[in-house]
Design a protein around this ligand. Structure first.
Ligand code: PMP
Length: 292
C-alpha cells in the first residue's frame, strides 16, 4: 500500500503511478530497445550512483541512442522523484532509458522521432533476499548470452533469457536460476553475480558472459584492499557445488550466501565468506552518493 500513490518521472515530469505510461510506439515496446539500472537508496545517498550512471551512459552510447540526458540531468530527475515521494531509505529505483518514441511501428532506430526517454521509477522495497537464510538455486538450461551474440557489458532490456532462467527456478520452487555460459562454465544468476571460496581464495567468473556488476566490482575492490586473495576464473558447476562457501552479489540483494545448488547443500560455514560479507556491510554506507 505504501507504493499506491507514488509519482513516477517520465521524460521530463512526474506522473501519478496510474498515469505513468509510455507510448505503444516507444522503442522499449517495439523491440526491447532500452537500457536500465537498478539503484539502492539509503539515508546516506545512493549506492555507487556515479558508476551506475556511467554504465547507463556507456550502454546507451554502445546502442547509438541520441539525446541522452547528462548525469546532472538524471540526478535532478532522481532528486525530484525521491523528494516528491518523500523517499530517503529502503528504496529501489528502476532507472530506464529507452531509445524513445517512434513515428511508426518497427525496429529501425531511424524511426525514432524525439530522442531518448528517461524513466525514474522509485518504490519502497526491502532487499530482495534474506541475507541470513541465503538462497537456493538451480542450474538453468538457458545459457547466458555469449559476447559474440550480445555483449554482456551492455545493461540492456533484452532480459528474456534471464526471465526464462527465473521461470525455471520458480517451477522448481527455488530462488534463482544459475546460468552457464556457452562453454558450460558458470556465468551468473538470472539477476546477480556469483562468487565462491576455495583454498583461502575468493573466485568469481570472468565478466565475459555475465554483467560486470557494480556490486561484483565493489567486492573485488574490498578484497584487494583488505588482503583477501581474489581471482577471476573459469569455474564449473562442480566447483560451486563443492565450494567452501558461495554467494551472490547485486544491488537489489547485496551479498547473499547460496546455500543450495541443484538440491545439494553448499557449505555455509566459511570464515572467509563471512569476512567478505562483513566487509561489505561495514563499507556500503561509505559508497553512498548524494543527489543534492
Ligand atoms: N547480473 C544481472 C543479469 C543483473 O541484472 C544484475 C542487476 N542489474 C546484476 C548481475 C548485478 O549488478 P549490480 O551489482 O550492478 O546491481
Amino acid at each position: 500500500p505504501k507504493n499506491d500513490n507514488i509519482q513516477v518521472y517520465i521524460k521530463d515530469r512526474l506522473f501519478h503511478r496510474n498515469e505513468a505510461k509510455i507510448s505503444v510506439f516507444d522503442s522499449a515496446v517495439q523491440g526491447g530497445d532500452a537500457v536500465w539500472e537498478g539503484l539502492r537508496v539509503y539515508p546516506e545517498g545512493i549506492v555507487c550512483l556515479d558508476k551506475h550512471l556511467t554504465r547507463l551512459h556507456e550502454s546507451a552510447k554502445t546502442l547509438a541512442f541520441v539525446d541522452i540526458p547528462s548525469k546532472t540531468e538524471i540526478k535532478k530527475a532522481i532528486k525530484q522523484t525521491l523528494d516528491a515521494n518523500g523517499m530517503n531509505d529502503d528504496t529501489h529505483i528502476r532507472l530506464t532509458l529507452t531509445r524513445g518514441e517512434k513515428i511508426t511501428s518497427g525496429m529501425d532506430p531511424r524511426l525514432n522521432q524525439s530522442g531518448s526517454c528517461l524513466i525514474v521509477l522509485a518504490e519502497w522495497k526491502p532487499l530482495v533476499y534474506d541475507n541470513k537464510s541465503g538462497i537456493k538455486v538451480i542450474s538453468s538450461s538457458q545459457r547466458r548470452n555469449a559476447p559474440q551474440f550480445l555483449d554482456s557489458k551492455i545493461h540492456h532490456n533484452n532480459l528474456l533469457n534471464n526471465i526464462i532462467a527465473k521461470i525455471q527456478a520458480n517451477v522448481a520452487g527455488k530462488d534463482a536460476g544459475l546460468m552457464l555460459d556457452e562453454r558450460g562454465f558458470v556465468a551468473e544468476l538470472n539477476g546477480s553475480n556469483v562468487f565462491m571460496v576455495k583454498n583461502n581464495t575468493v573466485y568469481t567468473p570472468f565478466a565475459h558472459a555475465c554483467l560486470p556488476g557494480i556490486t561484483r566490482n565493489t567486492v573485488i575492490d574490498l578484497c584487494k584492499n583488505n588482503g583477501v586473495k581474489i581471482k577471476e576464473a573459469d569455474l564449473s558447476l562442480s566447483e560451486f557445488i563443492n565450494a567452501e562457501g558461495a554467494f551472490a552479489t547485486g544491488t537489489m540483494g547485496e551479498l547473499t550466501p547460496m546455500v543450495e545448488i541443484d538440491g545439494r547443500d553448499v557449505n555455509r560455514d566459511c570464515v572467509l565468506m563471512d569476512k567478505v560479507l562483513m566487509l561489505f556491510k561495514d563499507n556500503i554506507k561509505g559508497l553512498c552518493e548524494s543527489v543534492n
